[in-house]
Design a binder for this molecule. Sequence first.
Ligand SMILES: N[C@@H](CCC(=O)N[C@@H](CS)C(=O)NCC(=O)O)C(=O)O
Length: 220
Amino acid sequence: MSLILWSHPYSAYGQKALVALYELGLPFEPRLVDHADEPVMAAFRALSPFARMPVLVDTAAGRTIHESSIVIEYLDRLGDGGRLLPADPEAALEARWVDRIIDTYVGAPMNRIIFHRLGRAGPPPPEAITALDMGDIRNAWDLLESRLADGRIWGAGESFTLADCAAAPILTYARRLVPFGERPRLKAWHGRLMARSSFRRALEDAAPFGDLMPAPPATD
Ligand SMILES: N[C@@H](CCC(=O)N[C@@H](CS)C(=O)NCC(=O)O)C(=O)O
């Protein structure tokens, strides 16, 4: 086996890469990023410039790949190609667009809020900063709700792509900070993501770690 995935099963971005691995059926060896294990963390920090997971190491190719979206592009090439990044350039553009919106305006503000709540990112930020982060997530919900108005089944069209790998875990966590509210298409898409077997497998991997999210479960 030549692929090693450095991650933690509870990590949203780690799950994003996991969903891609399970979709493509690629064998890999999971390597746990265990914050309590200093030698493991030293090895991880040496691999990851910002100490962020996931990191994919392809030992056969002698390559280390950072950033979940790039990890998925790389995995898609190792698979049959043209699946998670569609071969059609317009469809690929849409998949990348949805992925960027989710990463930049949902995942990044979500992680800022979570890491401060967990006490892992210095003193709490001023309320105004948290309000801006929540506002970005709310705007992203509106944008995605309107993008889904064309009746697409998945995030970027009729096939499951990079956009859905990103959305499955990140929407699942972020809706606990900013509820979906009255956005029926977003809710229905998330329901389909929750039922997808690749994401169910990723959630099963995370289950032994319990619920680490510093926010109440979604009720909407
Ligand atoms: N832009 C990065 C974001 C990765 C990221 O923020 N990962 C979080 C986990 S979800 C992380 O590693 N945080 C540091 C930590 O948990 O120690 C990507 O797409 O891979």
